[in-house]
Design a protein around this ligand. Structure first.
Ligand code: B1M
Length: 542
């Protein structure tokens, strides 16, 4: 079975977290103890699995186990990953002395293999057997900085070292699978030190060789922002790409083939360790919203969970995923076609598909957040990369409006304007109005009266509207860094005209930040239309 088949057949969003360190904390044992005991590895992994019910089980593992089995010395902190005390394989002679490890005899390899066997006795869930990536293993043997430099100074030697590592990893991988592992995982954190071409030369092609040797489900994990070498990562033939928190999955997913699963990427430290359960729920929900329209996604963490992550945070993570609405593959396909139609600027097709979605029971917000918005954001990305130009952008904007018109009646069903009055506009010098219109639409849908002044509105225009309509809130939108300056002017003009006392100002738009809002004397900032509704409610209640 391929990973995508498991994902498509699940009928819900699959979820797991990387690593089992917190299992050691729950069991009251040190990681050092776990590394040397197959039964403790099984116990720590299974206690996490039984308590939180992730969809995959990945026992404790580390990135030095293969090097250690080749005879290198390691140190074992009580509560951290083991570290190598030496990196002696700096040249061909040292490589010649290195012995190929036996998975059933050398170092801690037999312990890890036995742990997989014990876990399989206790569970039906897919179990992940982990290998260190070939380039990362080479880095363990000759030093992480040295291995990077050798890509330039000693490529021949590096290829010999990598061929040796690949052979060792294939032997260990075979033993993990024979013990019962269902998924082969490769961690190649050092891969992100390389340029795309170097990655392929010194990492990707060796990973490809390992993955091709085993017809089982597999996943490849690389740390850092690896968006720049997506093509090379995909060329390894991996079925699942587990990517770091720094990668914007919502942008990347549109460039990943449908049969490759993206895996990630909640921040294991900033959110899972340092955040409160509420912050975990928020970050997880945000990613679920972004990825909802895509079938080929497994929710996970961006890297290993630290030992100290609390049970409350793990529970908040898993239960948020389980409780979030899941789109069935046919609905996800419709949204995929809608995004494609929008990116092609095909208004007619956008209208047809948006109507089809509504008629099929999909709600308007899903069509907006899963179809129209991700596609126009991708258009922005392509424009920046000079893959699209203004004529295409104009057609795309037109198609965006066509799609918005289809869903508008569903979003704004009753418009009484009972909750307050807002004057809204895109500031002077700026002609972008799609985001501003969406904010207006969402406010109207939430029972606010919206007076929309349009785009390229001068400061005096906002002041005149405040005098005429007496709103509680003025909303300013800007999409370019140059037009942001007009926002400051507008706040000043309102102050100079004695109008600022009576109204609150909220600002937003892609380049605007909360720091900027504070600096110019605005009362609130919102990153998107839903947040704008919440902020306006706060401002009016103040
Ligand atoms: Co242009 N454009 N554009 N553009 N355009 C951007 C903004 C840009 C980031 C593209 C890029 O380089 N990647 C870039 C700005 C760079 C910068 O300054 N940092 C840019 C540029 C450079 C330009 C021109 C200068 C190009 C040129 O002529 N060489 C030119 C500028 C014209 C001008 O304004 N003076 C220009 C023109 C155009 C089109 C006319 C072709 C078209 C606009 C059509 C229209 O709006 N009627 C267009 C488009 C479509 C875009 C992108 C691709 C998409 C913008 C959009 O509609 N996003 C955009 C790239 C991007 O942002 N990814 C880009 C979707 C919309 C739902 O999101 O608007 O961010 P957004 O709104 C969000 C939030 O920001 C927030 O909520 C909304 C909904 O969630 N929000 C608020 C917005 N306003 C808010 C107000 C609030 C609260 C939240 O409170 C009141």
């Amino acid at each position: 079975m391929r990973l995508i088949d498991l994902v498509n057949g699940a009928g819900r969003r699959l979820v797991f977290f990387i690593g089992s360190f917190p299992g050691a904390a729950l069991q009251g044992v040190t990681l050092k103890e776990v590394y040397f005991s197959a039964s403790l590895q099984a116990e720590t992994a299974c206690c996490l699995a039984e308590r939180f019910q992730p969809d995959f089980i990945r026992p404790v593992t580390d990135l030095v186990v293969e090097a250690e089995a080749m005879g290198l010395q390691a140190r074992y902190p009580d509560y951290g990953a083991p570290v190598l005390a030496e990196h002696p394989v700096t040249g061909p002679e040292a490589l010649d002395r290195l012995k190929l490890p036996s998975p059933h005899r050398d170092g801690r390899l037999p312990i890890n293999i036995e742990a997989i066997r014990l876990i399989k006795q206790r569970t039906d869930k897919p179990v992940i057997g982990s290998l260190t990536g070939p380039f990362t293993l080479a880095g363990a043997l000759c030093g992480p900085a040295d291995v990077a430099m050798k890509a330039i100074t000693a490529p021949q030697f590096l290829h010999s070292l990598l061929a040796f590592c690949t052979q060792a990893l294939k032997g260990y991988g075979e033993a993990l699978l024979a013990a019962g592992a269902d998924v082969l995982w490769i961690s190649e954190p050092l891969g992100s030190l390389l340029s795309p071409a170097q990655f392929w030369q010194f990492s990707g092609r060796y990973i490809q060789e390992i993955l091709a040797a085993f017809p089982v489900m597999n996943m490849l994990h690389i740390c850092g922002d690896t968006s720049y070498m997506l093509k090379e990562m995909l060329a390894t033939g991996t079925q699942g790409l587990s990517l770091d928190t720094r990668v914007n999955l919502a942008i990347l997913v549109a460039q990943v083939p449908d049969d490759v699963v993206l895996i990630g990427n909640i921040d294991p430290v900033g959110v899972m360790l340092a955040g409160t359960p509420r912050q975990v729920v928020k970050a997880t929900t945000n990613l679920l919203v972004d990825m909802q329209p895509y079938k080929n996604f497994i929710m996970s963490t961006g890297c290993s969970l630290p030992f100290e992550v609390t049970a409350e945070n793990i529970s908040a993570f898993i239960t948020t995923v389980r409780g979030f609405p899941y789109l069935f593959p046919s609905q996800a396909d419709l949204l995929g076609s809608l995004r494609q139609a929008l990116l092609s600027g095909d208004s007619e097709q956008v209208i047809t598909l948006a109507k089809e979605g509504l008629e099929g029971g999909m709600d308007a917000l899903t069509i907006l957040q899963g179809g129209l918005i991700p596609a126009i954001n991708l258009a922005g990305e392509f424009y920046q990369q000079q893959k699209l130009f203004i004529p295409e952008l104009l057609l795309i904007s037109q198609a965006m409006y066509a799609g918005l018109e289809v869903i508008r009646p569903e979003l704004v069903q009753e418009q009484y304007g009972a909750r307050g009055k807002i004057v809204l506009g895109t500031v002077q010098g700026d002609f972008h109005d799609i985001g501003k219109n969406l904010v207006g639409l969402m406010l109207a849908a939430n029972d606010y009266q919206v007076i929309d002044l349009g785009k390229d509105v001068a400061p005096e225009g906002f002041a005149a509207a405040v005098r005429e309509y007496r709103p509680q809130v003025v909303g300013l939108s800007a999409l370019t860094t140059t037009s942001m300056k007009s926002m400051e002017k507008i706040v000043q003009v309102l102050k100079d005209g004695g109008l600022k006392e009576a109204v609150k100002v909220i600002v937003g738009g892609a380049p605007v930040t909360s720091e900027f809002a504070q600096r110019i004397g605005a009362d609130a900032y919102a990153p998107d239309a839903a947040a704008a509704v919440a902020e306006v409610a706060n401002l009016i209640d103040l």
